[in-house]
Design a protein around this ligand. Structure first.
Ligand SMILES: Cc1ncc(COP(=O)(O)O)c(C=O)c1O
Ligand SMILES: Nc1ccccc1C(=O)C[C@H](N)C(=O)O
Length: 428
């Protein structure tokens, strides 16, 4: 006999059939005051702590304690090449070749470093195109780059906006901007997944449309890395940057990732801000002040990296590998987010609107919810959820973001979330 879809038994059955269900035990799940696990749906902001990340950080602290400076050279994971232990896994996560990827710095810092190399305005091309609702840090980074080059923000910042009354970006508008201003645009910088709506952008198509006009293309993959499958190398993207603390679960402010396409990495003449960690490894300690860039993404490194954070990244990447990598995560993610969509639609379509695209190819884990009821404040609902053991996040002006994450969220989490949401709405 088949079980009804609106029952707990159905969610339990989905969990039993889920090959990734055992992965939850590899994470620390925050507790509610009553001692039960929180319903944690905020992997889109800060991923939970993998037990392997904790172990790797402790291992590193122990190495420091026992070896002192010799830790740079000794042990299973010496610090001097520590970032190299992460390269292959990072490359697999974003669909890149190892030489195209490096874990370094933070996301916004990497965006700046990439713009130093890939935004070089001249008389003909000086414009940068971003989306109108870009994450503030990206907006600030881009405008400050324009100012750094002494050119007018007003004349050189082009914005791709959703149409009046809509939330999602419409490609026709982008093609039109490219058609109209393509010869003046130096760089297009867009998100892989839009942080507010959860819309996945067609990075392959955008890249090829831009390249056809001679425009460089970079992506901010903060909400995409570890969430959806990416093929940066194949798509010919010029550069991309992402943080590691969301779907990559490496801890707040942990070391970020950076991708530079193979066709650029050997161009050691490419303008860049340099530091000694980007210099040829064999002569780094010759102290001759003759900079020679490593002919890979590593050539953009500045400093010797914060290895404590890199250790957390190592444990987090090992956890993803244990789950079978991105194809396995995405497979479950599609089912989990589809289940959330079905439950919300069945139970609450008169009260809640999902602004995230309905097409699974155009979204990752995250659904962005708006309250339809007149007079009901979405922020108050977000707080009510929190008081009832559900962690989501609120983004101004009007959205509750909910991200069931395939590594540690269960179908039962989703089932309970929709019930609690329903109760919170009913008591208002
Ligand atoms: C899309 C996007 N860009 C940039 C940032 C800022 O990143 P960071 O503080 O790591 O530089 C975030 C998140 O904080 C983000 O979601
Ligand atoms: N790093 C943080 C620290 C504090 C509060 C939020 C963040 C976020 O990362 C927010 C996220 N980037 C977002 O998409 O809103």
């Amino acid at each position: 006999m088949s079980i009804k879809h609106n029952t707990l038994a159905y969610a339990q059955q989905l969990d039993q059939q889920d090959p990734l269900a055992p992965m939850r035990a590899h994470f620390a799940i925050p507790k509610q005051a009553n001692g039960r696990d929180e319903y944690y749906f905020t992997g889109n902001s800060l991923g939970l702590q993998p037990k392997l990340a904790r172990a790797a950080v402790i291992e590193l602290l122990d190495a420091w304690q026992t070896r002192g400076v010799k830790g740079h050279f000794e042990g299973d994971f010496p610090w001097l090449p520590y970032h190299e232990f992460l390269t292959e896994q990072a490359a697999a996560i974003v669909g890149a070749l190892p030489e195209e990827v490096v874990m370094m710095n933070s996301l916004t810092a990497n965006l700046h470093l990439m713009m130093v190399s890939f935004y070089q305005p001249n008389q003909q091309r000086s414009k940068i195109l971003i989306e109108d609702h870009a994450f503030p840090s990206d907006h600030y980074a881009v405008t400050s780059q324009l100012k750094h080059h002494g050119i007018s923000v007003e004349d050189n910042l082009l914005l791709w906006s959703p149409r009046a009354g809509e939330e999602l970006l419409n490609y026709q508008d982008l093609w039109q901007i490219i058609e109209q201003h393509g010869d003046e645009i130096a760089l297009i910088l867009l998100p892989g997944v839009q942080y507010y709506t959860g819309q996945v952008l067609d990075m392959a198509r955008i890249t090829s449309a831009a390249h056809a006009k001679g425009i460089k293309v970079g992506f901010d993959l903060a909400h995409a890395a570890g969430n959806i499958e990416l093929s940066l190398h194949e798509w010919q993207v010029d550069f991309a940057c992402w943080c590691s603390y969301k779907y990559l679960n490496s801890g707040a402010g942990s070391v970020a990732g950076c991708f530079i396409h193979q066709r650029h990495v050997k161009n050691t003449e490419l303008n860049r801000f340099a530091g000694w960690w980007g210099h040829d490894k064999s002569s780094r300690f010759n102290m001759d002040n003759n900079f020679q860039a490593i002919p890979s993404a590593e050539g953009w490194q500045l400093s010797n990296p914060p290895v404590l954070s890199l250790a957390a990244v190592r444990g987090a990447f090992d956890t993803i590998a244990l789950a079978g990598g991105m194809p396995a995560l995405r497979k479950k993610s599609l089912l989990l987010t589809q289940y959330l969509t079905q439950r919300l639609t069945a139970e609450l379509s008169d009260k809640i609107r999902i602004i995230t695209p309905n097409n699974p190819a155009e979204r990752g884990c995250q659904l962005s919810l708006m309250v339809k009821l007149a007079g009901l404040d979405g922020k108050a609902l977000f707080k009510a959820l929190d008081e009832n053991g559900v962690t989501t996040d609120w983004r101004e002006p009007n959205v509750i973001r909910v991200a069931p994450v395939p590594l540690y969220n269960s179908f039962q989490d989703v089932y309970h979330f929709v019930n609690i949401l329903k109760e919170c709405l009913e008591c208002r």
